[in-house]
Design a binder for this molecule. Structure first.
Ligand code: PRP
Length: 191
């Protein structure tokens, strides 16, 4: 039997155990902050789904997870920086306290656009929970109410985050390294 792991041995930045421990803390803080009126959980797909499902399990009330997506306008390599809501335009947020759940806040454009959209749609409030934040990449100043980990400007994958659809299912948050990926691919091909 081969001892080859099923994925390239990328450097682990945040282990699954650390994610679980920190998300427990976040869930406690969220429950305290929201009090008697449970929030409506709105996950930014695809990447935030594992984090949102974990929060869902840890928060009281068996809250459903609603899905929303915001995408950059236009095509081509240069993003205009504008984002539009493409999934979940009509979630029924009117009169609800929303908790927007993100895997990572990078430039802040996605959170900014979604908060504006949800508040314009009648949400009473829109707080943000993000597993990761890269403050050094921020372009738009957004307030993150509940943040799991502040991380440096590294290309991270796993626990929902992908590279062209790959590695979302990794349990840890890892740092992408093209050399590590190439070595893994060669080793698999040589088997
Ligand atoms: C990622 C992440 C956030 C967004 C953050 O989504 O899940 O939604 O980017 O970036 P920003 O702060 O610069 O706006 P991505 O576009 O990779 O989509 P995915 O989750 O479907 O992979």
């Amino acid at each position: 039997m081969s001892s080859q792991p099923p994925f390239p041995a990328f450097r682990v930045l945040i282990s699954h155990d650390e994610i679980l421990r920190r998300t427990h803390e976040l869930a406690r803080a969220i429950a305290q902050a929201t009090g008697d009126e449970p929030p409506m959980l709105v996950a930014v797909i695809e990447g935030a789904l594992p984090f949102a499902r974990l929060l869902q399990r840890l928060l009281p009330g068996q809250l459903p997870v609603h899905e929303v997506r915001a995408s950059s306008y236009g095509s081509g390599k240069t993003s205009s920086g504008e984002v539009k809501v493409t999934v979940g335009r009509d979630l029924g947020v009117r009169g609800r306290h929303v908790l927007l759940v993100e895997d990572i806040v990078d430039t802040g454009r996605t959170v900014h656009a979604l908060q504006r959209h949800l508040l314009a749609a009648g949400a009473k409030s829109c707080r943000v929970a993000a597993l990761l934040s890269k403050p050094s990449r921020r372009v738009v100043d957004v307030a993150i109410d509940h943040v799991g980990f502040l991380i440096p400007d590294e290309f991270v994958l796993g626990f929902g985050m992908d590279l062209a659809g790959r590695y979302r299912e990794l349990p840890d948050v890892v740092v992408y390294d093209a050399d590590v990926e190439r070595a893994f691919t060669s080793a698999v091909a040589a088997r």
